[in-house]
Design a binder for this molecule. Structure first.
Ligand code: NDP
Length: 320
């Protein structure tokens, strides 16, 4: 399936935008984009699948244009693909390796112009890991940004075995990973999580002990308080009311109310390597929305679906 270095094309197809705006207005398919060349510490990947995330459309709207790379931009952070060329300093990977990762080390600090919704992309080797053998490329592409975010947040709030956690936004890309990691990797004593009525069974199947229907219950009114509250929705003001005294609150979106903390993900292939046993054993599973796999040609539809804010788990674009 993969091209070898000798047969690589010089031009490729890629979805690009030349100006900031709504995805339905600005995303265009180009068929004559120059295939990027890997620097010394990078590999060139033939992209098989690309996961998309809210940051892709926020970036497209120009929400952090002061720290963005110049236009035109090929969107896409998450990738699963095959190594087709390696830079001179690359040690971990060779041509033919099947890898995955989030290609932007700093999500909002000059993410690359050459994203993953393209036939080829370049990425620093330290941001990648070998694809777990039991996962398809589409499944692997659904993981990096959200699983690394879930992990970084749990580390930042000192999560550990025996602690309880409340996850706000348990059915989203990040939330589905927070629940699974809290249970399978950290050994949570109790997991509560919020979603709308139709998604409560999903929360249970992921490992939540207490699914909370946010359409008819206010989590902050529960008598029970939690060791950790992980806010993946942007409800920090309410989140801090649900934590026990001395507990930790972490939020990944919106206003930050003390004592909560926030962070912007730092991508790192080492996190994927650390989590590999949990993925290979099936203890932690990719969670792709039942209508969430789109062909390359339907990338605008994939964005329109993600932009509803109602997806369950992830949306992934199948490039090949
Ligand atoms: P998703 O688009 O996957 O989230 C969609 C989910 O959110 C849906 O399943 C929906 O469930 C749920 N949801 C929406 N409103 C609520 C609510 N009031 N209560 C509970 N659940 C709700 O987003 P992601 O999980 O990928 O990302 C979440 C946020 O975190 C985004 O704003 C993203 O930009 C940000 N983020 C920040 C990062 C960082 O480094 N700081 C990294 C990654 C993400 P339902 O249909 O039931 O409402």
């Amino acid at each position: 399936m993969a091209s070898s270095a000798a047969t690589l094309p010089s031009k490729m197809k890629a979805w690009t935008y030349l100006e900031y705006g709504k995805s339905s207005d600005v995303l265009k398919l180009q068929s004559d984009v120059v295939v990027p060349q890997p620097r010394d510490d990078q590999v060139l990947l033939q992209v098989v699948a690309a996961g998309i995330n809210p940051i892709d459309f926020k970036r497209m709207l120009g929400m952090f244009k002061n720290t963005d790379s110049p236009l035109p931009i090929i969107p896409g952070y998450d990738v699963a693909g095959v190594v087709v060329k390696v830079g001179s300093q690359v040690k971990k990977f060779k041509e033919g390796d099947q890898v995955y990762g989030d290609i932007n080390e700093k999500a909002m600090d000059h993410p690359t112009q050459f994203g993953t919704i393209a036939q080829y992309t370049v990425v620093a080797e330290k941001l990648l890991a070998l694809k777990p053998k039991n996962l398809s490329f589409v499944e692997a592409a659904s993981l990096p940004l959200v699983i690394e975010t879930a992990y970084e947040g749990l580390e930042r709030c000192h999560f550990s075995a025996g602690k309880s956690i409340l996850v706000l936004g348990g059915a989203g890309g990040v939330g589905t990973m927070i629940i699974q990691l809290a249970k399978q990797v950290y050994g949570a004593s109790k997991i509560a999580a919020t979603a709308s009525t139709g998604k409560l069974d999903l929360l249970k199947s992921l490992g939540a002990d207490l699914p909370i229907d946010y359409t008819n219950q206010n989590f902050e009114d529960l008598p029970e308080k939690f060791d950790v509250v992980y806010d993946a929705v942007g409800q920090c003001e309410r989140a801090v009311k649900a934590v026990r005294e001395g507990g930790d609150v972490v939020t990944i979106y919106g206003a930050v109310v003390p004592p909560a903390t926030t962070f912007i993900l730092t991508s790192n292939g080492a996190i994927l390597e650390k989590l590999e046993p949990f993925l290979e054993s099936g203890k932690v599973k990719p969670m792709i929305d039942p209508n969430g796999i789109f062909p390359f040609s339907e990338t605008p539809q994939a964005f329109a679906y993600l932009e509803t804010g109602r997806v369950t788990g992830k949306v992934v674009i199948s490039i090949i």
